[in-house]
Ligand binder design. Structure first.
Ligand code: B12
Length: 265
């Protein structure tokens, strides 16, 4: 542990403006208190509660307090544990994908497309595989939008084709071809057995196979449990996580395809 970390660890020498090393906050600054929840495949008994505390201890929570336990059927129990961790977070070592494009209004997006592309920009969206969670992709595409922002259908210069749920990869590639898609937007919400990763890899490989480099659309995936740093591994151009708004997506599309000069004009 460095001397800086040690100071922060003892909780009193972190200057108000110094946010490099931080610890969780519960009751008092830097007390390291966290709350976690999990389920164990055991009936709700005293022993089960002891098992939950044992797990919390092994996770480095010390002392750990069981603040909630509730049976889920006869053979599972849900727990909430509150307690102290000694770990520190070094903010300078945090790795995230920061927004590296300007956030534009719908009016600005329309103006760029109209002036620079001089045709409508075609967007094809779908929820692929067996995934039927369409609320996320609809939030991005439908006029109704989300979080006070209208979806991409509202943008006059975008032509949106929303294929809906449970679209197969071949169907998606075909639709992208038919619509001359500039961008393909795929949603994956279910992550059981890494379905979102497998489906995304299958999708990007199919586009690579079906279309020559330079002719394939911009590939974007989104969903609440993606790791936004995995673009290369998944073969896509951009990943959007939870809380994404349509404006961010429209701004990125315009940036990647037009302002940053990749468009098939
Ligand atoms: C609503 C819902 C359903 C509805 C879906 C209705 C519909 N038409 O979409 C119904 C009842 C059908 C359903 C069914 C199932 N569900 Co469900 N469902 C949910 C729930 C409660 C909310 C999801 C949601 O709508 N969120 C709101 C939207 C706006 O958020 P979002 O999807 O994250 O989207 C945002 C971002 O992620 C991003 N985004 C998303 N997609 C995209 C795409 C692009 C291109 C971009 C740029 C951005 C982007 O932008 C969006 C806006 O900010 C979640 C739990 C939860 N609270 O999240 C479970 C949940 C997703 N479901 C789950 C499960 C297990 C199922 C079922 C398997 C249950 C079952 N046993 O039958 C089935 C599967 C059906 C199927 N074949 O897919 C699990 C998934 C677990 C996992 N690890 O995968 C969850 C997490 C519940 C849980 N905790 O167990 N579900």
């Amino acid at each position: 542990m460095s001397s800086e970390e040690r100071s922060a660890f003892h909780g009193h020498q972190v200057e108000p403006g110094d946010k490099r090393i931080v610890r969780p906050y519960g009751d008092t600054s830097g007390d390291g208190m966290v709350q976690i929840s999990f389920t164990l495949p055991v009936p709700h008994t005293k022993r089960a509660e002891g098992a939950a505390l044992q797990l919390a201890g092994k996770m480095g929570i010390d002392p750990a307090m069981l603040v909630h336990a509730k049976p889920i059927g006869d053979t599972f129990t849900f727990f909430v544990v509150y307690g102290r961790v000694n770990h520190l977070v070094d903010m300078s070592k945090v790795q995230v994908v920061e927004r590296d494009f300007p956030l534009l209004s719908a009016k600005e997006v329309n103006a760029v497309v109209k002036q620079k592309l001089r045709r409508k920009l075609s967007v094809v969206g779908a929820c692929i595989g067996t995934d039927a969670h369409t609320v996320g992709i609809d939030a991005i595409l439908n006029v109704k939008g989300i979080a006070g922002e209208k979806g991409l259908e509202y943008y006059r210069e975008l032509k949106v084709t929303n294929l809906g749920a449970q679209v197969s990869v071949p169907e998606l590639v075909e639709a992208a071809r038919a619509e001359k898609a500039d961008a393909v937007l795929v949603s994956q919400v279910v992550t059981q057995r890494d379905a979102h990763l497998h489906n995304t890899r299958e999708m990007s490989a199919a586009f690579r196979e079906a279309m020559p480099a330079g002719k394939r659309p911009l590939l974007i995936v989104g969903g609440p449990r993606f790791d936004e740093t995995m673009t290369e591994e998944l073969g896509v151009d951009r990943i959007f996580g939870r809380g994404t708004t349509p404006g961010e997506v429209a701004s990125y599309v315009v940036h990647a395809l037009i302002t940053n000069k990749k468009a098939k004009v």
